[in-house]
Write a protein that binds this ligand. Sequence first.
Ligand code: AMP
Ligand code: GLY
Length: 430
Amino acid sequence: MKILVVGNGGREHALLWKLRRDAPEAELFVTHANGGMHGLATSVPLASGEIQAIAGWAEQNAIDLTIVGPEAPLAEGIVDHFSTHGLPVFGPTKAAAQIEASKAFAKTLMQRHGIPTAAFQVFDDRAAAKAYVREMGGPLVVKASGLAAGKGVMVCDDTAQALAAVAEIMEHAAFGVAGAQVVIEERMTGEELSVFALTDGENVLPMLPAQDHKRVGEGETGPNTGGMGAYAPVALATPELMARVEAEILRPTIAAMAAEGHTFRGLLYAGLMLTPDGPKVVEFNARFGDPETQVVLPLLRSSLLVPMLAIARGESIAGTTLEWAPGAAATTVLASGGYPGDYSTGVAIDLPAEVERMEDVVIFHAGTQRAEDGALATSGGRVLAVTALAPTVAQAAERSRAAAERITYEGRHFRRDIGWREIARAGNHA
Ligand code: AMP
Ligand code: GLY
């Protein structure tokens, strides 16, 4: 079997790692392999945005399954291209990917179908947006509707901040065309939970819930990032809560997408907030989360490939179950100096071989590149995700941190408090 993964970050490295375990004999390919993927997959010299060229390459090379990692090619219609050529591909169509690419689409879908989410209004006129902010008063969240690499959301404490956020997005175009429309919503309170669900468009197969750390600083301080770490499982996500999430959110959303003519096949990622009134949707993504994938997949004992292949072929996953390893996983993201602001690339990384050999530690590469002589250097803001497995989250976090400390490069920074909420809950400081 020949499998192509589109994308070259930490999430895609984790997907390749899992696919290799599921199918040791498969031939794996990846668009522009990063510095950790050589040896695992053959690098295809195409960028993830070259959707027509990727579809052409997959056809020429008789690829049996293509898995799309990032949201941008999904939003541009890569899956529609593949389907036109009759090529099996895992991911939603362009129309279905709107659930992530347009917050206005996602919010109005939830409203029409009674799916719990924060109260909101959509605006494309800034005067009307400002009038609404003044009318509502108090804490609000102002969001650019389009794709903004996880940065288009401004959580505001008061009216003045919310007015400034509207001005920044709609007048100063802080997020470009993504901010032509804004969604203004009620500010919810509670812990967040990331829930992935595999879906064939009708059946949903929820995966192990995870929590990520979006802020750059310890104790959830400083600006938002793509994600500085994650862990799973989460004790708050009891079987009762997960049954509720499935019944009130996942199934109704997949049914709503089908009913409106945008059948969603692939991976639905529900970003939830566990509010005093129950779980509510913060946002949907049309793909696996990064870095949550780097903790969820290492705990998956059963095959990921089997349900992915069924979904890509348009078959049903009814009756499929997933089996999880006992214990926990935590991942620490090592970032470039300056990230999430400006940072330099091409910085030499010292990744000692004995760290790579540490038991129950897996190092997923994100923004790395390898020179011809094998030297490893940075190539992005998030550089590595160091995952560790252990019986408890506290122990996994400790092991991940210990491995992270031993990997060095100029400007390296990472959070040393991954999983702190869970550790405080369990009271089991390792
Ligand atoms: P998003 O990109 O939509 O996931 O938003 C980024 C982050 O902003 C979320 O992870 C939340 O921490 C926060 N956020 C978004 N919407 C809300 C809301 N309605 N209430 C409170 N916090 C929110
Ligand atoms: N970890 C957040 C995301 O993947 O969007």
